[in-house]
Design a protein around this ligand. Sequence first.
Ligand code: HPA
Length: 263
Amino acid sequence: MHAEYAIIGGTGVYDPAMLQDAERHTIETPYGTAEVTLGTYAGKRVAFMPRHGYKHSVAPHKINYRANIRALKQLGVHTVLATAAVGSLKKELAPGDLVLVNDFLDMTKSRPHTFYEGAPEGVVHIDMTDAYCSRTRGHLAKVAASQNIKVVDGGVYVTTEGPRFETPAEIRLYAAWGGDVVGMTSVPEVILAKEAEMCYATVAMVTNYCTGISAHPLTHQEVVDTMKENVQKIRELFFHAIECDHGERTCACPHALAELGSL
Ligand code: HPA
């Protein structure tokens, strides 16, 4: 079993459409098991992983992020393209817009954030200057332009603990702090991917305006419906990006653990 690329599907992205010879596998890791579908696209081996399970049965704070990322590492994945449904903190980011996230604020509370909890693995203080791989983001931006897919290049993803939506006061705070979009899953996924020395990028889909900005109360159905209407844009973007990637990892991601020695 082997894959070079992974697509992590968030809310509304549960099927590995476009993969040839797709086969489901359960991967055992030291942190528990992870579900993936392995297949081929344009001659490249791709792992598809539905973050919340194939039926959206795992809440954001209960996702086994370590098992998921470790499973991808064990498969040999070097590049992860993740989707995420997010609320917008700004009028100018409207439902249906895509944002290439370039930084995060972490408001999570109960999730393991590291593979390195002390002996025997050691302790790691991973650098977050370029949390979302800027080389992969640049590649996605270029591919999006070539496909006439509009993306906003750069945005700060506020990760909340969930599973509840935010209060209006929280949303005012996150906007004042410089957040652009709000979701429940990017942290710790992005951190663990960096610890695993993988290139990781997120294309966030704005599915709604956040609480207090939106004219009506939020529902999960609104998130799912907007995602469904627009998901084809993300699929096209990711599969083209995989097809056109030549795998030269000139960024710092492959050496993120240089101080410690690799996983
Ligand atoms: N808040 C948090 N997570 C979300 C939202 C939101 O408004 N929309 C989609 N995921």
